[in-house]
Design a protein around this ligand. Structure first.
Ligand code: AMP
Ligand code: MG
Length: 331
């Protein structure tokens, strides 16, 4: 394929439910026709590229994959009032049993919070909401608003009981936000659905968080192009994932300063150092989670944390300083 632009996250809402087979490689053998599909889901454009024997197989498998993403959105969305995630908000001081899938994701998120000392935190929902409103109104939240939201955030206030598979919140006014991992997880799940349909040579692009299956026929991997300040870098990847976090599209600009949609839950403030973080990992959930975490952590400390993770590489571009740091395994 010609390469994916990871920064092209701008989406057009009228693409809703666009389901198209756009490319049939001319003269390719039956088992290696290339198909591409797109659908607007989870507030972003999901793309599926796959190789299949025929169009019927390709369309059937991609429909099932998109249906799985939609199902996940109904569980994980913080925007949908009726999502399972938002039902958990009723669990103030009273445990609520949740689905195995939601429990597992919250458990993994808590593990990330412990590892990162709270730099990654899915209980930062009140702060995320406050800064989201700030972006809408073009203003920085007031210090007392930030203080109130901070009191309602903190991963230690989220209690998980594995035996009962239940969740409990220690304070009222808490909100959970899986925005830092949901797209990556959805990409992993969509790839799994395609595999269940017998299609393993596939790629899922969840608005810039990309999960890759087996390589295209006759190729060593999928070409994924990263657009960096130092020019393009093309990665050749298979059976892996790559995720990028940055403030390119969602930010607030006040007084010449850019406030990211990613915030430091420890201070309550949106990030201002204009970073671009890319993570390669075995799966998209992990890549997505660490791309967000490495946006918040002090860069060297963050890279030290990930240095021991197997099959893992990271790149941190500090655009306000014009510096780039990479982990030892970075290609
Ligand atoms: P991503 O684009 O994957 O880096 O995720 C960013 C989204 O995650 C934001 O839009 C928020 O919804 C949420 N978020 C922001 N800051 C954090 C944080 N420090 N930890 C966890 N989630 C966050
Ligand atoms: Mg992320």
């Amino acid at each position: 394929m010609s390469g994916l632009c990871l920064h092209n996250r701008r989406v057009v809402t009228c693409l809703h439910l666009l389901l198209i087979a756009v490319h049939l490689t001319p003269g390719a053998s039956l088992a290696s026709n290339r198909y591409q599909f797109a659908d607007f889901q989870m507030g972003t454009l999901f793309r599926i590229v796959l190789y299949a024997a025929d169009e019927r197989q390709a369309v059937g498998a991609s429909r099932a994959a998109f249906a799985r993403i939609e199902e996940l959105d109904r569980v994980l969305s913080d925007y949908r009032p009726d999502s399972e995630l938002n039902q958990v908000l009723q669990a103030v001081e009273a445990p609520l049993a949740v689905s195995p899938e939601l429990f597992q994701l919250l458990d993994q998120a808590q593990e990330m919070s412990r590892k990162t000392g709270g730099a990654f935190d899915v209980t930062a929902g009140p702060l995320v909401g406050l800064w989201r409103e700030g972006r809408r109104r073009g203003r920085i939240p007031a210090p007392d608003e930030i203080a109130t939201a901070r009191q309602r955030s903190g991963y230690r206030l989220l209690r998980l009981d594995a035996a009962a598979r239940s969740v409990r919140l220690d304070r009222s006014g808490m909100r959970l936000d899986l925005g830092a991992v949901a797209k990556g997880y959805a990409a992993d799940q969509a790839l799994q659905v395609l595999a269940e349909h017998g299609l393993r040579r596939a790629l899922i692009d969840a608005g810039g968080d990309v999960r890759l299956g087996e390589a295209p026929p006759g190729r060593p991997g999928w070409s994924v192009t990263l657009k960096t300040n130092n020019g393009d870098q093309t990665l050749l990847l298979a059976n892996q994932a790559v995720a990028t976090s940055g403030d390119d599209l969602q930010f607030l600009e006040v007084g010449g300063k850019r406030y990211s949609h990613i915030l430091d839950p420890r201070s309550g403030w949106a990030l201002t150092d204009h970073r671009l973080v890319t993570v390669i990992a075995p799966d998209a959930l992990t890549a997505d989670a660490w791309a967000t975490a490495l946006s918040v952590l002090e860069p060297e400390a963050g890279l030290k944390l990930v240095a021991d993770l197997p099959h893992f590489a990271a790149r941190i571009e500090l655009r306000s300083k014009g510096e780039t740091l990479t982990s030892p395994g970075w290609p």
